[in-house]
Design a protein around this ligand. Sequence first.
Ligand code: FAD
Length: 323
Amino acid sequence: MLPNFNYVRPSSLADAVRQLSTPNARVHAGGTDLLGCLRDGVFAADTLVSLSAIEELRGIRPSLDGGLAIGAMTTLSEVAADPRVADRYPVLSRAVAAAASPQLRNQGTIGGNICQRPRCWYYRADFHCARKGGEKCYAAEGENQFHCIFGGEVCFYVHPSDVAPALVALEALVRISGPAGARSVSAETFFVPPSKDYTRETVLGPGEIVTEVVLPAQPRGTRGSYRKVRARGAWDFALAGAAVVATLTDGRVTRARIVLSGVAPIPWRVPAAERVLVGQRLSAKSAARAAATAVEGAQPLAQNAYKVEMLRGAVEEALAALL
Ligand SMILES: Cc1cc2nc3c(=O)[nH]c(=O)nc-3n(C[C@H](O)[C@H](O)[C@H](O)COP(=O)(O)OP(=O)(O)OC[C@H]3O[C@@H](n4cnc5c(N)ncnc54)[C@H](O)[C@@H]3O)c2cc1C
């Protein structure tokens, strides 16, 4: 059962920031992740500040540099259905369409998706794990078949979002408003790895709200794709996946971004694999070499070595889709 909390629904961003300064207040967007956490006692809230009445947080519009700005309260369905996103940012369009189920995409927002909390079953259950202020990560030596193979220091969860790797691949910006005003960070630096701070997943400070995600204009000749491997065809989180973006000039790759999903606590960029492609013709051969490089350095846990080969295949297939 859900515990009691106060519920406020401000109609301006300034008011929402003000309401968030009350003790133990949290942002409520679509609620598809938040309400489950409150119900299951993962964390508590005295006040929920709904963003649903703030018009400026909704919708997709052209940005000043020729890209697109997506308001944080835009639903995943709206992003998936937008022809400009599909045409100019296919990696994002495919990633969003691969997330959750139609019902969840109708309710869940892009802001909530990148701020969702870890899905680790120890974190979500009644374990006082490191991320909750306890002394250890129970997954390190426990049931870890769905956990990470990269970047797992102290805490071994995998980032649950399909959208986040696509945003990192596109070099998107995340715009934030809070008590100290507005700021922007790159999607790449928005997510906090456990090696830096294992008690939080994003750089958001107290009272801060994600207001929009800005997709920069992509150079001519840019292609993108997202490949997700999951246990079943219906809604499910990624076991392994890859968001890839490449710019081709005269048949050669001049820029490549490869960002892994389902295998690390943050969207995991693999610059060594990107370097394999730059200067080369994109081909089945170069895709295979980049994919082999992408899995170098993986450190599987006792039960998830299967992810290494699965990931290699996912990267190769994502790159092959650009041919
Ligand atoms: C059964 C199930 C399957 C799923 N499968 C997938 C999947 O395959 N891939 C995938 O990517 N996701 C998946 N999800 C996650 C789903 O996409 C997210 O729950 C959803 O996107 C969250 O958006 P929301 O608007 O409902 O956020 P909420 O639940 O309202 O919020 C989520 C968190 O973000 C914070 N928050 C929300 N908006 C903001 C903001 N603008 N600024 C600051 N903080 C904010 C909230 O305080 C809360 O902590 C799944 C979820 C479920 C329940």
